[in-house]
Every structure is written in C-alpha cells, then in structure tokens.
Write a protein that binds this ligand. Structure first.
Ligand code: P6P
Length: 333
C-alpha cells in the first residue's frame, strides 16, 4: 500500500484550506527538530548526554543534559524559517525572540522540549509537547502578553513520543492524526488517522503517592475506582502511571482512560503541577479533538484565560464520561 507521509498529509490539509502554507512549514520544521531530538534520545549513554546538566530551569527543576539539547534543537530549527513571531519554552524564563535580521511570521510556538525527562536516565519513554498560537504581525513585536491566549485559540497542537518507536501525534483542528518515524527513510509515515478517546474506560492514571494531599472530590473518585466491582462503579479498574505525561496521554488516545494531576496540598501554592501553556492546553486540544474532555476539575482547560507564561494548572483529561464524573464531584464539593 502506498504510504502517505506527514509532508503529503500537510499539503492536503493546506489544499483543503485547513492550514496556511506558513503553518505547514512550521509543523514540518518542528517534525524535523523532533527527528533530531529522537536521534539524541536514542543514543542514551553512548553519547555521554545522560544525567544532569548542572543547571536549573525556570521551574527550578534540575535540567538534564537532554533537556538543554532538545531545547536548543527546537529554538535553532525554528529561528530562520520566517514563520514565527516568537517562541516560548518550558526551559526558558523569557520569550525567545526571532533574531532581528531574520524574517518573522504570524505564529507563536510554545513547547516543553523534553517532557518526563526524569525518566530519561532509566530509559523510559519521554516526549516533546508543542502548541501553536497566532500573532497579528500588525500588532508589532510579540511580547509575553501575545502568548497569553486561551487554549481555544490554538492553531495546532501535538506531541512527539520517544518510545519503542518515535511517534508524532498532531491536530490542526480537524481530528487527531498519528505518524510513525521511518528511520531508514527519515520521514514520518501517516499510520493512525482520526484517533479517538473511547467515552468509557477501565483505566486511570494518577500518582497515587499523593493520595493524602488530594482534595475530597478526587479522593472520593479514586476510592470508588479502587473499590472496583464491590463499589458503586460496579466494575474493576486498572491503573497506569508512567510519569511522562506524553506517554500517559498517548495511551489514553490509543485505548481510553483518565489522566489526573489534580490540585493537591503540595502544589496548591504554585497553582498545580503541570503547565498550562505548553502541557495542559496542547494536550487538552488533542483530547477534545479526539472526543474526550479536559478540565481543571472545575473549569474547561481550554477556556482558561492565561495570566502568566509558565502558569500551572490542575489537569483532569481523557474519556469524557470519567472526566465529567470527576468534575461533577468537584461541583458537589
Ligand atoms: P510526578 C514530568 O515531570 C511531568 O511534568 C509530566 O510529564 C508527568 O505527568 C508528571 O510531571 C509526573 O509528576 O509527580 O509523578 O513525578
């Protein structure tokens, strides 16, 4: 069977009027950067790039060498293309401006260059998450304020998953589409059209070690799952927690489930654990495009008006019936 590549998929999306030529170019450049990150990630100890970089990121987290490498690859790949007004990265405090002598475009790119990097040294899947917003070039140079748009404004969102195979999962607002990297050809092959999240599930993902810190609605919800057949849900549930959001979300897009990093007493002062602009919003767009739901437990994530670039939020996303149940428990208090 003739194989469709990401390039052909994007050209067809452009011909259908769903994306512009600049957005097509942007996604192609991100895909090329992701291939370079995949090469580095797969070298592991052979390249002397595991372990700590000896620096901290804006989140105050110790950076892995691969965090820094992945961040540099994405910044450098996207500076020259002429499709971006600016970039923002989990690893960098400030907005990353396009060099003054380079052409600029009408898009903003946000990314978590290597999500789950605490897993990299133990050879567990990690990923890259990206979000694309629009910027009106007439409004002048992009500032942090230019990025503070709700998730519903995203032009595109996606992730790369560096697992047994390297996958790119993407939405431009017309469904969720999966691509598998063919390392021999160096191209992403269109392998999973129109990914959907089953409304029902028997699988949940949460870091159960935080149980005593959760708010009562989440404690009630998880306790009912753990009671299985003997409890009010009347069926048994399974639990998975990779501690790489990309891997957990991909499993949910593939076979359903609910992912929770809810508000808890440990992260309350920061507003939550996960970041709104380059983790929660892009994943929420993918999940909603796949027929699922994504809330903070109280509000739709993509409807939030961001206040800060590195803002954190509680995240509950996945199979619609389960997300709606947890959200209802929050409303009951
Ligand atoms: P914990 C990775 O550091 C991350 O940001 C997400 O990818 C992941 O879901 C979460 O944090 C894991 O957090 O507290 O289980 O280590």
């Amino acid at each position: 069977m003739r194989r469709v590549t990401l390039t052909q998929f994007l050209i067809e999306q452009q011909r259908a009027g769903r994306i512009t030529a600049d957005l097509r170019l942007l996604i192609e450049v991100v895909a090329r950067a992701v291939k370079a990150i995949s090469v580095n990630v797969s070298k592991g100890a052979l390249a002397g790039i595991l372990g700590e970089a000896g620096t901290d990121n804006v989140q105050g987290e110790a950076q892995k060498k691969l965090d820094v490498i992945a961040n540099e690859i994405l910044l450098q790949a996207n500076e020259w293309g002429g499709h971006l007004a600016a970039m923002a990265s989990e690893e960098v405090e400030e907005v990353h401006h396009i060099p003054f002598d380079y052409p600029k475009g009408g898009y903003l790119l946000l990314f978590d260059p290597l999500d789950g990097s605490s897993n990299i040294d133990v050879n567990v899947s990690v990923g890259t998450i990206f979000s694309v917003l629009r910027h009106d070039k007439e409004a002048g140079e992009a500032t942090e304020q230019s990025f503070l748009q709700p998730g519903t404004s995203q032009a595109a969102a996606g992730y790369a998953l560096y697992g047994p195979s390297t996958l790119l999962v993407l939405t431009v607002g017309s469904g969720v589409h999966g691509f598998t990297l063919d390392r021999e050809m160096g191209s992403f092959v269109y392998t999973t059209p129109f990914m959907t999240v089953p409304e029902e599930t028997q699988e949940y993902a949460i870091n159960a070690s935080n149980q005593r810190f959760w708010e009562p609605p989440v404690q009630r919800y998880v306790e009912e799952l753990q009671q299985g057949k003997t409890g009010p849900r009347g069926k048994d549930f399974n639990m998975r927690w990779v501690a790489s959001m990309v891997a957990d979300v991909h499993r949910i897009l593939t076979r359903g489930g609910i992912f929770m990093y809810p508000m808890d007493e440990k992260c309350r002062d920061k507003g939550g654990k996960l970041r709104l602009m380059y983790e929660a919003n892009p994943m929420a767009m993918l999940i909603e495009q796949a027929g699922g739901a994504a809330t903070t437990g109280r509000k739709r994530i993509m409807a939030l008006q961001p206040e800060r670039l590195h803002q954190r939020v509680p995240v509950i996303l996945g199979s619609k019936q389960e997300v709606e149940r947890v959200t209802a428990y929050h409303q009951e208090g």
